[in-house]
Design a protein around this ligand. Structure first.
Ligand code: CU
Length: 439
């Protein structure tokens, strides 16, 4: 049987959500509107000294603007410039002719283009540091610091061996930022720490970072300004996925597999096949035998300290508490539209399902990821093509740790299957979600 029926799951989510929203009602760092049906508050701006007019809302409005005095529906999210469901599978490759941002008609110029220089593919992106109010629970906003107005920042996806070029602009009025990538950087000036290279990128300044795309895997980028925990906790982090090149794997399979036995032809071919299945850029149509398709998604496990006491009150995967949980407003009632509310993540049972999981929580030492009713394979940092651990249903992750999960529900009945952080507090305060397995 599926882990829970829809009505029970929606009811449980609603109870948890109401409790969560009640618990943070009076925090000075948050404003709460639609749940109470009250007026917009300027709490976040007062705390941070960041004016609402500077909050980057030219990209289609944010949760603060446009909803003053609106009486929203309890349990519904109202912010429309970030959709945690669209974000799951939104991979930016730099290709400016193939933007995937049609969900809300929002259009930024993140993908700046793909070109060749000295025989190397260059994937170019525009990232802008900008303050932004974001919605972290229905009707509850948080004064975040962002890349491109969203938390998590956009996912960048490149191929091993590419040059990643980042045109970085700091649009804050009063605060310096950087971008530090967790890749193998050959030039220390490009490391994005304030003490090196261009150093802190001050308000109004721009700098072009260039990073080598290696090693293949699931990686992190984040701001490295001090106080570091503040810049990370406020939301300045995103994912870089580097797809393995099958040709490189064929040449040096040992670099890609956690395996110390002889490299037989069979082992080599198995590694090459796995590399093809991971590579969504130059092998986008490749599907391994036995599967209908490959589906990949990104979940950054994060949290928010809404009263700024160095302890998180709201936890989530991809920012919004319970965003992937069943709700009475879900799609089966005809009310679902991207950005409006929450619903489970659909998994087609015959797909090879991968989840890139990145732990970015501040103020708590560890986070975890736990699946109900099924076990998964785990590839630490996504850098190996054979699993480091198999047949586990929970993995513990420290900050900046990330991994690739492969989950197979092909022999399961269609229905709802819960997953969540296995710290009970985190799960109850927002980090609880469901996969909906479908035929
Ligand atoms: Cu910063």
């Amino acid at each position: 049987m599926p882990s829970m029926n829809e009505d029970d799951a929606a009811s449980m989510t609603e109870q948890l959500e109401n409790r969560l929203v009640d618990s943070i009602e009076d925090h000075e760092g948050v404003s709460r509107r639609s749940v109470l049906g009250g007026l917009a508050l300027a709490g976040g701006s007062a705390i941070t000294g960041i004016g609402a007019a500077q909050s980057g809302n030219e990209s289609g409005g944010n949760a603060t603007s446009g909803h003053d005095a609106s009486f929203g529906t309890p349990g519904k999210y109202t912010e429309k410039n970030f959709d945690p469901h669209g974000y799951l599978r939104e991979f930016n490759t730099g290709d400016s002719t193939n933007k995937r941002d049609a969900i809300f008609g929002k259009k930024d110029d993140l993908n700046a283009g793909v070109s060749e220089e000295n025989g190397q593919t260059v994937r170019e992106f525009n990232l802008i540091a900008v303050p932004q109010e974001i919605e972290i629970a229905p009707g509850v906003t948080f004064p975040s610091w962002t890349y491109n107005g969203q938390v998590p920042a956009p996912t960048l996806r490149v191929e091993e061996g590419d040059l990643i070029r980042i045109n970085f602009t700091n649009a804050f009025a009063d605060m310096a930022h950087t971008i530090h990538p967790h890749v193998q950087n050959l030039n220390p000036a490009m490391d994005g720490v304030p003490q090196n290279g261009p150093g802190a990128i001050k308000p109004g300044e721009t700098f072009t970072y260039e990073w080598q795309a290696r090693p293949a895997g699931t990686h992190l980028y984040h701001c490295h300004m001090l106080p570091l925990k503040a810049h990370i906790h406020r939301g300045m982090y995103g994912t870089i996925i580097i797809d393995p090149k099958p040709e490189k794997v064929r040449e040096n399979p040992r670099d890609y597999i956690d395996y110390h036995g002889p490299i037989t032809d069979e082992v080599r071919e198995m590694a090459v096949e796995r590399a093809k299945s991971r590579n969504m850029i130059s092998h986008a149509d490749y599907v391994p035998d036995g599967y209908d398709d490959i589906d990949e998604m990104v979940m950054m496990m994060n949290g928010f300290d809404t009263n700024f006491d160095a302890d998180n009150e709201v936890y989530a995967a991809n920012t919004r508490a319970f965003a992937y949980a069943p709700a009475t407003t879900h799609k089966y009632e005809g009310e679902w539209e991207g950005g409006k509310t929450k619903h489970p993540i659909e998994i087609k049972k015959n797909n090879l399902q991968r989840v890139h999981v990145i732990q970015t929580l501040e103020y708590d030492f560890v986070n975890s990821f736990h699946t109900h009713s099924q076990f998964f394979d785990y590839y630490d940092a996504g850098t190996t093509l054979f699993p480091n651990r198999s047949t586990i249903d929970t993995v513990m992750m420290c900050q900046a740790q990330r991994g690739l999960f492969e989950i197979d529900y092909s022999d399961h009945q269609p229905g709802l299957y819960m997953f969540h952080g296995h710290q009970s507090e985190f799960a109850e305060q927002g980090w609880m979600s469901f996969f909906e397995v479908t035929e």
